[in-house]
Design a protein around this ligand. Structure first.
Ligand code: ZN
Length: 287
């Protein structure tokens, strides 16, 4: 027997033994990476993040044990957003708003932003699908995706699942999934809600006008609220430098320079949206 073969046999024997142990003792053996013991201690301090995908499974487990049993599921989109904004506009905005909502609500984690939403028909293309950069999913695909995500969180013992969407095409699917699963889960220890109050750009516009930001519509799929929120996350997503160089660093008649001022306003908008959304969530959960 060659040493390499012998080594392979030993490894295989170890693996078989490990998986047998894992089956009988549920991963008490440290040798099966797929089945760590569900109660194994966390060997290091936990990281402070509300984003589920940034946490280890142990950090999520311990956050849930400490009472973080609400999960926010944000849906964004990838679409045509005029000549300046990155196609992932809604996904970038949600990085800021979903985190603000979760922290304000408390005891809440945030699922990865769902980037794929209905944006128009595939064939023949309609809506934003008439432009490159856009990704669409059929209504049924979107609803199945959301339902599977929600089922995952139900399995893990979350008590409240909250759906918010930053774009119009997301609304119908979220509402119908929340309604269907609510019926299906009646009597179970989990609730699911679509929070339509989050998606209220007319409300944001009115709020901005009260702060003195009056926009003159330039006719592109972009505005001051959108741009300033994106700039809080990453000014490259609104092409700050390139627009400055071209003398186009404004939107709907509002100057975007100095960036610090626009970013401060973006943060205020995010705070306002978080406040409105958290109030709506509290109302929905109290029912
Ligand atoms: Zn949109």
């Amino acid at each position: 027997m060659s040493p390499v073969y012998q080594h392979k046999m030993n490894t295989m024997h170890l693996r078989v033994t490990a998986s047998l142990l894992a089956v009988s003792l549920w991963g008490q053996s440290k040798l099966d990476p797929m089945r760590p013991h569900p109660n194994m201690p966390r060997p290091i301090a936990a990281r402070d993040s509300v984003w589920l995908e940034e946490l280890t499974w142990l950090e999520v487990r311990d956050a849930m044990r400490a009472g973080k049993k609400t999960i926010l599921v944000p849906t964004g989109g990838v679409e045509q957003n005029g000549p300046y904004l990155a196609a992932g506009k809604h996904n970038y905005i949600l990085r800021a708003t979903a985190e603000a909502i979760a922290r304000k609500l408390g005891n809440t984690l945030v699922a990865p932003v769902v980037p794929f939403v209905p944006e128009g028909d595939l064939n023949p293309p309609s809506g934003h699908m008439l432009y490159p950069s856009t990704i669409t999913v059929r209504e049924e695909t979107f609803e199945r995706l959301l339902a599977d995500i929600a089922e995952s969180f139900k399995t893990h013992g979350f008590e409240h699942i909250l759906l918010i969407g930053d774009s119009g095409g997301n609304t119908k699917g979220m509402a119908s999934v929340a309604a269907r699963l609510s019926r299906q889960w009646a009597g179970a220890n989990v609730t699911i809600h679509h929070i339509p109050e989050y998606y209220d750009y007319p409300g944001v516009k009115t709020w901005l006008e009260k702060q003195g930001f009056i926009q003159k519509d330039e006719g592109i799929h972009d505005d001051f609220a959108i741009t300033s929120q994106m700039m809080t996350v990453d000014p490259t997503t609104v092409r700050m430098k390139e627009r400055m160089a071209a003398g186009k660093f404004s939107i709907n008649g509002i100057a975007l320079a100095p960036p610090e001022k626009t970013i401060a306003m973006g943060k205020k908008i995010i705070g306002y949206r978080a406040e409105v959304t958290v109030a709506a969530i509290r109302k929905a959960l109290a029912k």
